[in-house]
Design a protein. Structure first.
Length: 265
């Protein structure tokens, strides 16, 4: 089973579009990869950070705002058995250079709520991050929809507050935006079992392509969460990928921040 997501409703893109070529030329890579880790599993997220740091990389970590609060009830069986971190953890990982972004208030599928209730959920999540995550700036943030489920109305509401949303679509290959405007990103993921083989195939296909920005949505490690990776696979994957000159491994927000700086210069 795959959860599929895309950027700005466009068809899957290589670097044929001139704006894409220009943006990637300025980024000095033809291929950019983001592994976007969801939910905030405490054990896994510290381990992910440690693995990334071995290769001088920074992880893309997306967390549920209310998961640490008294009375919080996990939204599904793939989250419930595991310990989730709190904002002391997320601030500690952020100080180490890792990217921490919002992954909903309480991990509900917002498309199943009345529109106003769903909007309130988004606003509450972003407000909580503003107050509790050191250095958080909503206008530079990526809001990662739970279950990668949204509607055009929810996308528009969130994009009035943040730099980008990650949600459903038809391809995991994104174009770098050609201008400073809120953007709809997308990705693929696979589960509920181990997704090592899925990630390997997606990356191999991507490396054989002309290029773009591949965004894969993953979760915990070694059995934690929906579609987990194995820690040994992640370590070996990053060790192999950092030697590829045309590829850069970046968190999603860092890609967008770099593009914005490039456009201003």
């Amino acid at each position: 089973m795959q959860r599929r997501h895309f950027l700005e409703g466009a068809a899957a893109c290589a670097l044929a579009a001139s704006s894409g070529i220009d943006a990637f030329a300025q980024l000095q890579r033809t291929h950019i990869l983001t592994l976007s880790f969801d939910d905030g599993f405490k054990k896994s997220f510290y381990q992910i950070a440690e693995i990334y740091e071995r290769f001088n990389l920074r992880a893309c970590l997306n967390v549920i705002a209310s998961a640490h609060l008294p009375g919080h009830k996990p939204a599904d069986a793939y989250i419930a058995p595991f310990v989730l971190g709190d904002f002391d953890d997320w601030n500690a990982l952020r100080r180490r250079g890792h990217e921490v972004m919002p992954h909903s208030w309480d991990h509900r599928n917002l498309t199943e709520l009345p529109l106003e209730a769903a909007k309130e959920d988004i606003a509450k999540c972003i407000d909580y991050f503003q107050t509790h995550l050191d250095g958080f700036q909503a206008e530079r943030a990526v809001y990662n929809f739970a279950y990668n489920a949204s509607t055009p109305e929810l996308d528009s509401f969130a994009l009035a507050k943040v730099r980008a949303v990650r949600t459903q679509g038809d391809s995991p290959i994104n174009r770098i935006p050609a201008f400073e405007a809120p953007v709809r990103l997308g990705c693929f993921s696979s589960g509920p079992g181990n997704c090592d083989n899925f990630v390997e195939q997606q990356i191999n296909d991507f490396l054989a392509s002309p290029g773009g920005w591949l965004l894969l949505n993953v979760h915990g490690l070694d059995g934690e969460g929906w579609g987990p990776l194995s820690s040994t696979y992640l370590n070996g994957l990053l060790k192999r990928l950092v030697s590829i000159d045309r590829l850069e491994i970046l968190p999603a927000g860092q890609v967008l921040s770099r593009v914005d700086r490039t456009r201003k210069s």
